[in-house]
Design a binder for this molecule. Sequence first.
Ligand SMILES: NC(=O)c1ccc[n+]([C@@H]2O[C@H](COP(=O)([O-])OP(=O)(O)OC[C@H]3O[C@@H](n4cnc5c(N)ncnc54)[C@H](OP(=O)(O)O)[C@@H]3O)[C@@H](O)[C@H]2O)c1
Length: 324
Amino acid sequence: MKHRKLGRTGLKVSEVSLGTMAFGRWIDEAQSQQVLDAALDAGITLIDTADVYGKGMDRDNPLESGESEYILGRVLKGRRNQIILATKVHGKVGIGPNDSGQSRYHIFRAVDASLKRLQTDYIDLYQVHRFDPETPLEETLSALDDLVKSGKVRYIGCSNFAAWQIAKAHGISALNHLHRFESVQPEYSIITRGIEDELIPFVASEQVGVIVYSPLGRGLLSGKYKQGEAPPEGSRAAAGERRIHTLLGVERNYHIIESLKPLASNRGWTLAQFALAWVLSNRHVSSAILGVSKPEQIQDALQFIDDPLTAEELAEVDRISKLN
Ligand SMILES: NC(=O)c1ccc[n+]([C@@H]2O[C@H](COP(=O)([O-])OP(=O)(O)OC[C@H]3O[C@@H](n4cnc5c(N)ncnc54)[C@H](OP(=O)(O)O)[C@@H]3O)[C@@H](O)[C@H]2O)c1
């Protein structure tokens, strides 16, 4: 497993990281343990979670959030120091008016709750899950800065932010001598390339780390879903994830997938292997967060990550994306 630098920091992260949104949501603790073991065996060092990950996400019940962190805390026992642990704050974790968002009040309570669930006394990368229009960035950044100074958090980052939002936050950090967002976590895959317009040029200019999520399009880029057919048994779509159903409703995605299949099979690769290699071919990506529901999917996805795609293959993917 190769490592890449996280933006301008000195921190090196595995170029593929493990997402744990499935832990306690679609897979139980025993399966989660197997997935984590397979990831660590493969050399993955960056593990991503969030305070909201759990069954509650599919049931709109914030009281059922936190299961991913609980499970991680238990299955990581004795191995905490081998990994870089990233989690997030923002989503609803309770029914009170201050149980979400990025107020100083909520951030201080949320970090302690995450540390307790994760059974650790520090978080390597603490990310705000999305932009909070209701809280001044000064308040959020000063609270996060205090967490870094207290040792509870080592680096801070953001997720789902537009370039202008990070630029604004960086300006506030610089003016007030506060730690700044060192990373951003956006969605990025062959079927979701929106970050190439503004965010990628911005992070290249400002040396911000980019930890991308859903590199396999939440499973679509495995080719397992067929237009007009029910999702295969055992898949995430069958388990009821809502966001994948949005992607499954977009006709363009099926055209792209069909056009990509010959490119993958020319190499003797699966579509999932090709899709992951394509994301890693972007040199601004620090790490791609792979989500898996079975341990064997890790070994499978990582089989060819050291073989870069050729310039001709990258150009062909661009052509397919533009055509569809
Ligand atoms: N910041 C945010 O807002 C945000 C949002 C979403 C995700 N994330 C993070 O990103 C992580 C990854 O997201 P994701 O799960 O959507 O990523 P993904 O890697 O695009 O999709 C994962 C799905 O792809 C399928 N898959 C994985 N490996 C495969 C293989 N080798 N062959 C065939 N199919 C394979 C599995 O589907 P089946 O389970 O159906 O087999 C798996 O559940 C999450 O766990 C979370 O940590 C962050």
